[in-house]
Design a protein around this ligand. Structure first.
Ligand SMILES: Cc1cc2nc3c(=O)[nH]c(=O)nc-3n(C[C@H](O)[C@H](O)[C@H](O)COP(=O)(O)O)c2cc1C
Length: 196
C-alpha cells in the first residue's frame, strides 16, 4: 500500500507536524511506510490558470509539483495536514492544491479519473487551529474535500483540534496524539473479507 502525506505547516516542530508524526507512527506500526512532502520546503509555483492542462490533463509548469503529481496518481492513502490560517488551509497546502487543476481537467473534462488500485483510495485531513472558531475548520474542510474529490479520493476522515496556538501546545492535549496515532492505524486498515 502506498501512503503519502502532505505537511502544510511552515512551523518546524509545530502542532501540525507533531500530530502528523503520530499518524505516521500509526501507519508504520501497521507495517506500511509513508512518503512525506514537506510543502514549505518545496518549490511549487501557484497555478497560473493558463489553460495549459485543459486538453491534456497535464500541467505545463515544471517544478517540485511534478514529483507530487506522480505520487498522487499511484498512492492508495493520502494525508493532508495543515494549520488553520485566516480561517482556511495554509498557503503551502493551498498552493499545492491549486496545482491539482490538471487532475480536475483530467477527471471532469477529459473524463479520465485516476483509477484506484486494489486497496481503493482513502484520505485523512488533519487540522489545527489556534482559535476556538469552527469556521476555520469548516472552510478548510470545504477546500480539502474539493481536493480529495478532484484527485479521486472518494472518502476521507477528519481529525481537527481548535484552541491550540503555541508551538508544541498539542503535546499538552489529553487525547490528541493518541487520536492521531489511531487515525494512522485506521487509515491503512485493510477491509476484512466477510465471513463465509
Ligand atoms: C498567519 C496565521 C494565521 C492564523 N489564522 C488562524 C485562524 O484564522 N484561525 C485559527 O483558529 N488559528 C489561526 N492561526 C493560529 C494557528 O492555526 C495555530 O497557531 C496552529 O497551532 C499553528 O499550527 P502549527 O504549529 O502546526 O504551525 C493563525 C496563525 C498564523 C501564523
Amino acid at each position: 500500500m502506498k501512503v503519502i502525506a502532505f505537511s502544510g505547516s511552515p512551523r518546524e516542530g509545530g502542532n501540525t507536524e507533531l500530530l502528523l508524526k503520530e499518524v505516521i507512527r500509526g501507519v508504520e506500526d501497521s507495517g506500511e511506510s509513508v512518503q512525506i512532502f514537506d510543502l514549505n520546503k518545496m518549490r511549487i509555483q501557484p497555478c497560473q490558470d493558463c489553460g495549459g492542462c485543459d486538453e491534456t490533463g497535464e500541467c505545463i509548469l515544471n517544478d517540485d509539483m511534478d514529483e507530487i503529481s506522480k505520487s498522487i496518481r499511484t498512492a492508495d492513502r493520502f494525508v493532508l495536514a495543515s494549520p488553520v490560517f485566516f480561517f482556511a488551509l495554509s498557503a503551502q497546502a493551498k498552493t499545492m492544491i491549486d496545482r491539482c487543476q490538471c487532475f480536475w481537467c483530467e477527471k471532469y473534462v477529459l473524463k479520465r479519473p485516476v483509477q484506484a488500485g486494489k486497496y481503493g483510495r482513502k484520505g485523512l485531513l488533519l487540522l489545527v487551529g489556534g482559535m476556538k472558531k469552527e469556521i476555520g475548520i469548516q472552510c478548510s474542510e470545504s477546500c480539502a474535500s474539493a481536493f480529495f474529490r478532484t484527485i479521486s479520493v472518494p472518502e476521507h476522515r477528519i481529525l481537527s483540534f481548535l484552541g491550540i496556538n503555541n508551538k508544541g501546545e498539542i503535546l499538552q492535549h489529553p487525547t490528541a496524539l493518541n487520536e492521531a496515532y489511531e487515525e494512522g492505524r485506521k487509515l491503512v486498515e485493510k477491509a476484512t473479507a466477510p465471513d463465509s
